[in-house]
Design a protein around this ligand. Structure first.
Ligand code: SF4
Length: 517
């Protein structure tokens, strides 16, 4: 027993000595390296994937698909030649391409290349395409292929929402929002410069057609030729737009300039006070559920002449005009008040306050000689001035929704008057305007004094600005991706379509899903 203990003691001593020597080799202060699972990327893997499970049951992409499957796609199928049992390669289902774009806009993506990339990795796109990739040419072409078909799709979605009781034309709010164009302020040029660039573009195209060209790659040549042709077309369009602006130019205005990047864009004042090439998108929103019932991009810098755009859009999409339109002061002018009344629409909007004092001050007139100091006599249809001289009617002008009567003093009276320097220092003799609104305008003004009309107007901002904010903040559409009024209009319709389907998802699809669960 003693001998065995002695052997064990010797064994322990040997182990300690060996361990001590190994420890000394790696450094006595360091601990052994930790061990982890290896990362091996040099391998191929096959895993089962349930495409249906890529997205949750309540994912909005399913709502988009559910909606597009309720629409009639015959218009989009008109050009398709390949039929079942026949020859040829199958094309993409228009429902899929439309759903992809609606999903892309809902995710703040408006680039065809980005959407094509998303098809390779983004679960919503993968679910829609069933793991197929869709190239960006197909996506890009589909987005702008048929404007009328797209507008018909917008109307069909409105039809679904109406059938479910989500739209009501009793009250519609119209508002305009500026969305920047795909052009910079530096791209604006006057005629001379555009003509020079057009000449250079023509020379470039001719040089490319030279058979002795050193460029060997045919694809590169074709791409460059296409780009040069498009550039030339844009410059030619810029000259046409210049012509239109020139025709409407007042003598006091400077020579117009047009963007060479997007000739149909216009420089517009932005909400932050700055100016940028933009389009003014008119949006009509019904008040019951804030559904967009009309959307149209325009080149107008202000909303002043755009009331008809909104009313016509609602009529085209919904088959009838709204009972009541609520707009801000930017739309209120006598012509709009009268045209709304003629179409049987109850217009609600703030009565513009006129400030004649500013113009009187500019004319150098002192407050003691402002028009309210002149006495009107309806019997004789004359005014009497503070110096007791008579101003008689000289001219009558029929303007939009009102008649303007101009009264003037006798030149000899003003010339001899001691108050002339205070009453009409810049233009003598003194004249005064009396304005008489039409009966329709008078009725509108009286209505807008009532508490009921004021109360309705107070609800305008919440409804009208909701879709504007949604499109810019949630869809991220602060700058159009496409150029030209036609394509920009289509992009606006895609955004409106996406917005409406999102409201339907919120108001109907999700509650129904929760109720069924
Ligand atoms: S300037 Fe002429 S209009 Fe004015 S107070 Fe004298 S007379 Fe009257």
């Amino acid at each position: 027993m003693g001998e065995r203990l002695e052997l064990l003691g010797e064994g322990l001593e040997t182990f300690r000595a060996e361990a001590s020597s190994a420890w000394a080799e790696i450094g006595s202060d360091e601990e052994p390296r930790k061990r982890f699972k290896p990362i091996n990327r040099n391998q191929l893997m096959i895993r089962p994937l349930n495409v249906e499970r890529l997205v949750e049951e309540n994912d909005p992409v399913r709502a988009i698909w559910a909606m597009v499957c309720r629409l009639d796609w015959s218009r989009f199928e008109e050009g398709v030649k390949v039929v079942e049992g026949g020859k040829g390669r199958s094309g993409y289902d228009p429902r899929l391409l439309a759903a992809l774009w609606i999903y892309a806009y809902s995710e703040g993506v408006n680039s065809a290349r980005e959407l094509s990339r998303m098809c390779a990795y983004e679960p919503g796109c993968q679910w829609l395409t069933a793991m197929e990739e869709v190239n960006y040419h197909t996506l890009s072409d589909f987005r702008t292929r048929d404007k009328e078909a797209l507008e018909e799709m917008f109307v069909q979605v409105l039809g679904v929402l109406s059938a479910e009781g989500l739209t009501d034309l009793k009250r519609v709010m119209q508002d305009g929002t500026k969305i920047k164009a795909q052009a910079s302020g530096n791209s604006f040029r006057r005629e001379e410069k555009i003509r020079e660039h057009l000449r250079l573009a023509q020379e470039q195209i001719e040089a490319m057609e030279d058979p002795d060209s050193e460029e060997l790659n045919q694809r590169v040549i074709k791409a460059k030729q296409r780009a040069a042709r498009e550039n030339k077309q844009r410059l030619e369009q810029a000259l046409e737009e210049l012509q239109k602006l020139e025709e409407g130019r007042k003598a006091s205005e400077k020579a117009p300039r047009v963007s060479e990047s997007d000739p149909e864009a216009r420089v517009m004042k932005q909400s932050d006070g700055g100016f940028a090439p933009s389009y003014n998108v008119q949006i009509c929103t019904e008040a019951s559920n804030k559904i967009i019932v009309a959307v149209e991009a325009t080149q107008a810098g202000t909303d002043y002449d755009q009331l008809a755009t909104g009313i016509d859009g609602v009529q085209a999409n919904m088959g009838q005009t709204p009972e009541q339109m609520v707009v801000d002061g930017g739309y209120i002018k006598n012509a709009n008040i009268e045209s709304a009344a003629e179409r049987g629409i109850d217009l609600i909007g703030p009565v513009a306050e006129s400030h004649p004092e500013a113009s009187l001050e500019q004319r150098g007139i002192r407050p003691e000689f402002y028009p309210d100091q002149f006495r009107y006599d309806a019997h004789t249809n004359t005014f009497t001035c503070p110096a007791r001289k008579t101003l008689t009617l000289k001219r009558t002008n029929q303007r939009e929704g009102r008649i303007e009567y101009q009264y003037r003093a006798e030149a000899s009276d003003c010339a001899a008057c001691p108050f002339q320097s205070q009453c009409c220092p810049k233009r003598s003799p003194r004249w005064i305007l009396r304005k008489e609104d039409s009966e329709i305008v008078k009725a509108f003004r009286a209505k807008m004094q009532t508490e009921q009309a004021k109360q309705i107007y107070r609800t305008r901002a919440e409804v009208a600005e909701f879709p504007n904010g949604w499109i810019k903040e949630k869809l991220g559409l602060r700058r159009f991706r496409l150029r030209g009024l036609r394509k920009v209009n289509m992009e606006a319709v895609w955004a409106g379509l996406t917005y409406n389907i999102q409201q339907w998802t919120r108001l109907t699809w999700r509650p129904n899903l929760a109720a069924a669960a």
